[in-house]
Design a protein around this ligand. Structure first.
Ligand code: GCU
Length: 606
C-alpha cells in the first residue's frame, strides 16, 4: 500500500509546480496585456537550460548566471556572457513562430522568449497573476530569475501568482517554450496538423484583491429548465463572505454566504428564461458581487440532452449542421488567436448554413467559443487524444485529464458548447478503453450537463459499415469519421451503403470529405479537381441522409490547412486540401453542395 502510494507520488511529482487554480473569465477582470513583441533566442541544444554536464540549471544548488532565465548582462567588459535577449530578434505574441520567421517554419525544439515590464500594484494588499491563454507545447516560466512553474499541453490556459516576485520596475519574464513532439505527449508524435510552436495566445497580468472570485459555474441544472444552478469559488476566503448573484433581466438578485473554503453552491429559480439557441442566441448579463469585486459575464441558458436517436436542444429535436475547423488563419498561414480570426471562420460557417462547428482536434482559443455564444453556433470541443496516444502511460493519462480540466474550467459557462469530445480515431484496445473511460468520468465529475462523444472506430465487413466500438456504450452521441470515395469505398455505391450501428443513440458524422486544389477543374473521375470533390460530397450526402439515427454532420473541413504530412507537389505543398474553402479564402464548388444540403436540413428540422 505505502509502496504504491510512493510510486504514485513519484509519478505526480512533475505535476506539482504546475499551474495553480485557473482564473476564469479573464476578459472581464482587471488586466494588463503583455502581448506585443518579445525577444527570442532559438536554443536547439537547450544551452540556456542545461550546463555542459547536461544538468538542468534550475535544479542546481547554486545559481549559474549562464542560465538564460537570469537574463544576465555582463557587468564589465571582461566578463564572459554568451547570450543577450535585448540584442536578439523579436517575435509577436500571441503568435506561432513558424509563420513569422522562414527559418523557423519547420523548427521543433526550444525557443526562449523574454519580455520586460514595469508594474505597480494599485493597492499594496492586492495580488497579481500571470495568465497565458496557451503555449505550445511545454512551457517553463521564470520571472526575475525565479521559476514560477511548468505547463504541458499546447491548447489550454494556465496562470501563476506573482505577487511576491513582481517588482515596480524592470521585471524580466522569461519563458522556455519547447514544441518537440514525443510519444507520451498529448497529442503524440503523429498528427495531420502543423505543430505550430510558441506563445500562441494572449498573455496578461491580472490584479485581484486579496480575496477574489476565482471560478464559478452558472448554468441550467441538468435537465431542469427553470433552475439555474452552480457554484462560486472564492480564492483566499476568510469565511462567511457574502456573495451576490444578480441577473437583472430575470429580476434575480440573491445573496449567499460562502463556506470556510470560500465555496457557494446555489440554485436560482426563474420561469422567465429566454433559452439560448442558434436562432435566438440570448445571453444574459450576470453579475457576481462580493465586498471587494463585481465580476460580469454574459451567459446563455439552454438544456441539451439526448433521447434515443434524438438530440434535444431546449426539448426540441435538432440536426447538427456542422463543419470542422482547425485553429488556423489560413490566409496568414498561422495559428489563429484573435476575435477577428474567429469571426472569419464563424462567418463562413454561417454562410454555409451551419448551426454547429467541430473545433478540431484540441481546445481552440476563448475568443471563438465566446463568439459562438454570440452568433448562435453550437460547439463540439475536443482534447488532442488523437490517433495512437500512449494509452498505457499514467503520465499521459494525467496530462490528458489536466487538459480536459483546463478546457472545461475555462468554457463551462458557454451555452454554445454542447459536446465534450474525448478523442479522435483512437485504435481499439483495452488500455484505450480504460483511458477513455477515465476521461469520461473525469468530465462528468466536472460537468454532467453536456453531451459526451468522440470520433469512434468503425469497420466494414461483407459490404456493411459496422459501428460497434465498445466505448460507444459510454458516449451520448455515436460519432465517427467516414471517408467514402477518398480513403476507400466507391462513390457510385455510396448512396446504397449498408449500416449496422450497435447503439440506439444519435449518430453524427464527425468527418467526411475529400481533397481538391481550388481552381483545378476536370471530370468527376479526376481526383484533386473541384468536380471530383463536388461529386464526392453529392454522393456522400445521399449516403449520410440514409444512415440510421443520423442527427448531424461536420464535413472535413472549412479551410485547407497546413500539414507536414501533405507533400504532393503542385497539389498539396504542405497543405491538406480537403477544405471547402482554399487557403486564400476562395470557395470551392463543394461549398455550395453542402450549403444546399443544409438548407434542406433546416427545413426538415424547423
Ligand atoms: C482524419 C483526421 C484528420 C485528418 C483527416 C484527413 O480522419 O481525423 O485530422 O486531417 O482525416 O485525412 O484529412
Amino acid at each position: 500500500m505505502l509502496k504504491s502510494l510512493l510510486i504514485k507520488i513519484v509519478f505526480l511529482l512533475p505535476f506539482i509546480g504546475l499551474s495553480q487554480d485557473l482564473l476564469i473569465n479573464t476578459g472581464n477582470r482587471n488586466t494588463t496585456t503583455l502581448n506585443g513583441t518579445w525577444h527570442y533566442i532559438v536554443d536547439p541544444y537547450e544551452t540556456g537550460y542545461y550546463n555542459y554536464r547536461y544538468e538542468a540549471f534550475d535544479q542546481l544548488e547554486k545559481d549559474d548566471l549562464a542560465a538564460f532565465y537570469f537574463n544576465y548582462h555582463p557587468s564589465s567588459k571582461i566578463e564572459r556572457v554568451e547570450s543577450d535577449f535585448d540584442k536578439s530578434p523579436t517575435l509577436l505574441v500571441p503568435g506561432d513562430w513558424n509563420s513569422q520567421e522562414d527559418k523557423l517554419f519547420y523548427y521543433e525544439g526550444t525557443i526562449w522568449y523574454k519580455r520586460s515590464f514595469d508594474y505597480q500594484l494599485s493597492n499594496t494588499s492586492n495580488r497579481l497573476f500571470l495568465y497565458f491563454g496557451a503555449i505550445n507545447y511545454k512551457a517553463e516560466v521564470y520571472l526575475n530569475g525565479k521559476k514560477l512553474g511548468v505547463h504541458e499541453g499546447g491548447f489550454t490556459p494556465f496562470n501563476f501568482e506573482v505577487t511576491s516576485v513582481v517588482k515596480p520596475k524592470d521585471n524580466y519574464l522569461v519563458v522556455k517554450v519547447d514544441n518537440k513532439r514525443f510519444k507520451d505527449a498529448v497529442p503524440t508524435l503523429n498528427t495531420d496538423w502543423w505543430n505550430y510552436g510558441g506563445i500562441t495566445r494572449d498573455v496578461k497580468l491580472i490584479e485581484e484583491s486579496s480575496t477574489f472570485i476565482q471560478d464559478y459555474k452558472i448554468q441550467l441544472k441538468k435537465d431542469v429548465k427553470n433552475t439555474i444552478a452552480g457554484f462560486i469559488k472564492l480564492n483566499n476566503a476568510t469565511g462567511n463572505e457574502k456573495v451576490t448573484i444578480s441577473i437583472p433581466e430575470l429580476k434575480i438578485n440573491q445573496s449567499f454566504s460562502a463556506d470556510s473554503n470560500g465555496n457557494v453552491q446555489f440554485e436560482l429559480k426563474s420561469k422567465k428564461i429566454n433559452y439560448w439557441s442558434p436562432s435566438s442566441p440570448k445571453l444574459y448579463d450576470v453579475y457576481i458581487k462580493t465586498a471587494h469585486q463585481t465580476l460580469k459575464d454574459e451567459i446563455g441558458f439552454r438544456t441539451i440532452k439526448t433521447d434515443g436517436p434524438d438530440i434535444l436542444l431546449n426539448g426540441k429535436s435538432i440536426f447538427l449542421r456542422g463543419i470542422c475547423i482547425h485553429e488556423e488563419n489560413a490566409m496568414r498561414g498561422g495559428r489563429a488567436y484573435s476575435e477577428a480570426d474567429a469571426l472569419v471562420s464563424l462567418t463562413w460557417a454561417k454562410e454555409l448554413g451551419c448551426n454547429y462547428v467541430r473545433l478540431a482536434h484540441y481546445p481552440h482559443n476563448e475568443h471563438i467559443v465566446k463568439l459562438a455564444d454570440k452568433m448562435g453556433i453550437m460547439v463540439w470541443e475536443e482534447i488532442p487524444v488523437y490517433w495512437t496516444v500512449n494509452f498505457s502511460n499514467e503520465k499521459t493519462l494525467n496530462n490528458a485529464k489536466n487538459q480536459l480540466a483546463e478546457a472545461i474550467t475555462r468554457d463551462k459557462n458557454r451555452a454554445s458548447i454542447i459536446i465534450w469530445s474525448m478523442a479522435n480515431e483512437t485504435p481499439i484496445s483495452e488500455p484505450r478503453n480504460t483511458f477513455l473511460k477515465e476521461l469520461i468520468q473525469h468530465t462528468k465529475s466536472m460537468d454532467a450537463t453536456r453531451l459526451i462523444s468522440a470520433a469512434l472506430e468503425k469497420h466494414n465487413k461483407d459490404g456493411v459499415n459496422i459501428v460497434d466500438d465498445e466505448i460507444g456504450k459510454y458516449m451520448d452521441i455515436v460519432a465517427f469519421n467516414q471517408y467514402t470515395g477518398w480513403y476507400g469505398g466507391s462513390l457510385e455505391d455510396a448512396p446504397e451503403a449498408k449500416w449496422s450501428i450497435k447503439y440506439n443513440k444519435p449518430v453524427v458524422i464527425s468527418e467526411f470529405g475529400g481533397g481538391a486544389l481550388q481552381g483545378l477543374h476536370g471530370t468527376i473521375k479526376e481526383r484533386w479537381t473541384e468536380e471530383y470533390q463536388e461529386y464526392l460530397y453529392q454522393q456522400n450526402l445521399k449516403m449520410i441522409e440514409r444512415i440510421p439515427n443520423i442527427r448531424g454532420t461536420s464535413p472535413w473541413i472549412l479551410n485547407d490547412f497546413r500539414s507536414p504530412k501533405r507533400v504532393l507537389p503542385v497539389i498539396q505543398d504542405g497543405w491538406n486540401r480537403k477544405g471547402l474553402i482554399s487557403n486564400n479564402g476562395i470557395k470551392k464548388k463543394a461549398f455550395f453542395t453542402v450549403k444546399e444540403f443544409y438548407k434542406k436540413m433546416q427545413q426538415q428540422y424547423k
